[in-house]
Structure formats: structure tokens, C-alpha cells
Design a protein around this ligand. Sequence first.
Ligand code: ZN
Ligand code: ZN
Length: 752
Amino acid sequence: MQGVGFRPFVHRLAVSEELSGFVRNTAHGVEVEVEGALQALERFSLRLETETVAPAAVSGRRINEITPRGGREFMIAPSVPGMGELGVVLPDMAICEQCVAEIFDASNRRYRYPFTTCAQCGPRFSIMEGVPFDRERTTMRGFAMCAACQAEYDNPSSRRFHAQTNACPACGPQLTLLNAAGRECAIGYDAVRRAGDAIRSGSILAMKGLGGYQLLVDAGNDHAVRRLRERKHRPSKPFAIMAPCYEDAQTLAVISDEERRTLCSTAAPIVILRARGEGIAPSVAPANAWLGLMLPYTPLHHLLMHELGFAVVATSGNRGGEPIVADNLEAIEQLADVADGFLVHDRPIANPVDDSVARVIAGEATVLRHARGYAPLALRLPGHQTRDDAGTCLALGGHGKSAIALMSGSHVVLGPYIGDLEGAGARTAFARTVAAMTSLFSAEPRSAACDAHPDYWSSRFARHSLVTNIQHVPHHLAHVLACMVENNLEGPLLGVAWDGSGYGGDGTIWGGEFLWVQGNRYRQVGQLQPFRLPGGEVAAREVNRAAIGALFAVYGDVALTMTELRPIAHLSASEQQIYKTLLSGGFRSPWTSSAGRLFDAAAAMLGICATSSFEGEAAIALESAAANGESEHVLAAAMLREEQGRWIADWRPTLAALASASQRHEAPAALAAAFHDALAQVIVNVAERVGVGRVLLTGGCFQNARLTGGAVARLRAAGFDVWQHRRIPPNDGGLAVGQAAFAAQPMLEGPR
Ligand SMILES: [Zn+2]
Ligand SMILES: [Zn+2]
């Protein structure tokens, strides 16, 4: 493991055991050569395993005996660059406690220095241009260490011994505050102080963080937050906030032990927490029971938040839907009409990474946006022998929440979240990430894997790449395979893949699938009852359409005259007629089994959400509503029927019960809760019929903690072993891993 002070740790250990030899980084990992008394060697080996400091984790090791050289000293030898295995690049790490103490210590030479790090903390992936991790292959190479820093770097007893990011006010990166026009206003700590003044007075500050720009604004100032929404063209999607410290965070949200561990981890992600509903402007997260909250993770954040003493909105520095901006000139160009000022520095960002998002779901900290602190993530493919001949495969992921993966031999590495490939900026960033990742890992992809959907931009990218060997992977199978890789599972098992939509390959939109997997065979063994979606994908935004389609599936034509139901109530007579034509004829109304659209339908029927301005808005609103209503209410269960060897989970009785309960004006909160429970129960019922003891839950719907928690508890109670996602996002951000697994072992659709 590299970049976490592992070599200095090995050095201290070897010296204390009076061993000679060396430790060095190679592109394959860390190499240690030791020579000495047999007992000392054994103790060294044992201590190497037991005393390793977090976050270093040894993923595997190999020991060879060699002829003694008769050396006297133990050294940290120069690194050996070259073709690497995928797995030697560490994610960025939050500043450690010791470094925080230093920047607030007036007698320390790093007092108020915003780029303070040591061997245990600081940037890694975001500044790396190659492996292994040495200063000359990072964007720190432009900063020559001063004598004092060099002395620390060379001193085995210093925390900064071989710290590649070592820097101080005399020799390291520097801060500058620019006004909206890009003119210099202040430098050094004065820049921090004046940036703080600007935020305090309601201004929007663009700040160069670790992996890119962030936009910061006082989270208690409703007017300022609204201005940010207008300028960012982001009407209602919740903003994440940064609290000055953990104690402040506790006043804003309810935090469980697992949530605290995630919040305070070296990854320092945004954690989705139950909001207390105080201290934050209403426009930060409108109509939402949760708050995305993070703590300061760089010295710069600590200094600024200390100046302020209150929570700020901290959102990606980008224009609506585009990827995070990382370059200084680009920032001033693209954010000029969004930000009132810029807090910038001169350490370039080699690999832009957004803030990560995590949520504790069914007791497990689950990464929802895989970025800073988590990316890149290296995993071993389960059950595969190393196939050195296969070369590298580039897996291109989905369309929204795009992320790529590289697969080589039995290893796969998932890169950072890039963004939604609708926008031109994201497409450029996508191509850049492919180039940066392949170069960083010295990989030359000989094959590619992409989604089966031919119109996803990532699929088109695959076709236009120079690679001729391309695997098209069914969307939901990729979800299941990703979850299998993460949990090191092989079949037989039942994968429950529920999301918004994916290419079914049979001309329908999938989204509520039950896939059986064993060896290189898979089969769709179950599905949610399909319904017609009037207008197709438009329905993802116009949530009412999903409800109209679902109600039509329950009641037929009559549905369109049931004006006592909310989704129908607002329709004019001519609209009723149009929907009737669309739905009975099927014109521009494809069949879908989407679980996501079913949640949308329920949200619209309960009057919780009619249109959605961002992906998942209706489902979040429905879960929010459910959080406020514990129900003794039970909706009619879904019925199961067998059709052509598949179980169809017919939710129509559930939806009919929901419709009549809402007509009786029963509390939406209780009904929302009951709807979640009914769908969690369907999973158990199908799993029982399929009769495989192992079930895994994957797909964007399982970002819903109530659905996942309910399904996990019910499945366990019924005797199933259940697996869910933790490090790989359950949503489309994790698809690339499943595609890579498919490329390693292509699967055939076949009988059980
Ligand atoms: Zn440190
Ligand atoms: Zn220095």
C-alpha cells in the first residue's frame, strides 16, 4: 500500500528489529527486502501485519527467500516506475488531527498554512499524474522543498518522513483571493479572512478545494441561498452543507454511530442525515427530511470554517448539470456569473473529483456518489484466475452518473463519478477521465465494455474508440455483477435489480428485475408487472405520467375519468382523451417494469410530487413523507403469477388500495410508509418462489433506506442471506464494475 506513510512505517519497524535492506514503491505495490536474525525477521513479519496504521490496508502479500547481501543499513530506496497493477493509487485523505492542531498553533511554522499535510493525510489521486506515488509524478513537483521541509522529509523520526506532499508557507502552494472579474484582492491568510467576510455578508464564493471548485454561501442566509439557486439554475435539488465541526453538525442533524464514523472518516464524504430542521435556511433542502452534511477535510476548509463559525452551503463549482470545474482559468470563465469572488491556489488538480456522497442504509455506510476520498477503488474479481494475456478492458458505465472502470487480470478499478452525459461539458470530462485513468495506470485497453443501450453516450464512445472488441452488457445484469464483485460472491444467487430504467433487450424498459445468476449463466426469473409509460422517458421528469400509466394498468380506460384521484384531477377533457389514445394504442407509450417509475406513481397519487426537477426527486419526497408516518396501515399485497417461466409481481392490488385510501383522505405519510413496506414484501415473496437462499439488492432504488432496510429485515427474517452495496454505488455510478466483470467472464442467457 502506497502513500499512507507505509514506507516510513516499514523503515521504523526494520530499524527497531535491527534489520538491514530496503523498502521501495513499485508500480505493483511496496517491495521490502530485509536481512537479519531469523527471530527478528519473524517478529518483523508479524508486526508488519498487526501494527499497520489506518488507513493503510494490505490487500495481499507475497514472500520470497533470497540470498543474504550482508548489508548494514535499512533504507527507503528510490521508486521503480513502470507498468502497474491496478490498485496502487490511493484516494485523497482528509487532514489528520495532528496537522489540524498545527495550523491552529500560533507557535508552529505551519500556523494558518492551508496546504499543511503529513505522510498520513492530504491529497493523493487528485494530484497524481502517474504511479508510483512520488512527488515528481504529482502536481506538487513544481514546489521545491525548502531546507526545513527537506529536513523533515529526510528524518525517519518525523511525521513528514517521505511525505510526498510536504510543504510549508515558505516553499508550498499559495492562496489568492480574486474578485468576480479575476483581479487579485488578497493573498495568504488575508485571503481566507476576506473570503470569510464576503460569505458573512451574503456573497457567493467559488473556492478551489481538493478535487475541484466548490461554491460556498452562508447556509443560514435564505436570500443568499436562493440567489445561488437562481445563478446555478438549480430550482430544488438539495444543497450539501459543511458544518465547522462535529458538535455543530449534531445541532443540525441526528447522527448515529455509523453515520458519525462515516462523517469523520478519512474519506470525509457528504453524509445524508436526518435533518433537525433548525439553523439552516429553508431553501437549502426544500421539502426534504434529510440534510447532506460534511465536515472540513482540508486545512483550507478548517481555516475558513473557523473564521466563519457557522455552516455553509458547499456545492460543486459547476453550472447546472455540468461536471466540477478544476482549472483556475476555466473556473473564472465558467463561474464568472455565478460567483462574487474566487479563492484560488496554485497547486494544479490532475484528476478532478467531486465531493462523495454516502448514506447509512440498512446499517451499512453506502457510497452513493463515488468520488473524493473513495475513488479510485480497486477490487478483485471473484472466482477469476489472473489472465495476464487478456490485457486491459475499459468499462464505460451508464449515461447518468457516469463513471468508468479499468479491468486487468483479476483486478478492476472504479474511477471517480463524472456526471450526467447529457451535457457537452460532461462528455469532455468523460473523455478526459478515460485518458487520465488509462495514463495514470499505464493501461492500454484492448477491449471495451458498455451498456446494452445503443444510444447511451458512453456506448457510442465505446464504438468510436479504437478498440474493436466491445461487450454490450445488459443494464440490470451489470448492476447485479457489480454487487457480486463488491461482496466477492459467486452464484447461485438471486439479484434484485430495481432502478429507473435500463435497456431490456426485448424492446421494453426494464427496472424491476429479478435475475438468477450462476457461473456464466443468468436468467430473468421475475419482474414487476409491466405498465405503459405515456411519453416514455419524459415520464421520469413528469411524474404524473407514471401515475397515469400505472392507474391505466389497474383500471383501464376508466382510470382517465377518476377525477377524484390527484394525477387525473388536473387533466382537461382533451388531455384525458390524449392519454386514452396513447395508453390504449401504445403510441409513444412503451412498456416498462420500472420500480423507480412505480415509486414516482405513488408519490404523484399521494400529492407529494407531480414533476421532478432532478433524478430521484419523487422517490426522495415519498421516502421523506414515509419518514414522518409510522403506519399500522397495510396495503393489499402484490400477487404473484407465473408467466412463461417467470414470476410476475403484480402490484396492481397495492396501487388500487393506495388509490382508494387516498380517496378517503387517509394521511399521505402513513400511506407512503405502507407503500414502501408492500414493495419490500414483494421482494421476499418472489425470493421464496425462486428458492435461492442468497439475495442481493442493487440498482438506484436501493438508495432508498426505507425500502432497503425493510427488504433486508424481511428477507433475513425469512431465512435468506442478503447482500447490499457499500463501496460501489447501488445506482448507475457502479455499472462499470459490473460491465468489467462481464468482460472478464461473458454471460449467457439461459435456463436455470
Ligand atoms: Zn497530517
Ligand atoms: Zn517548506
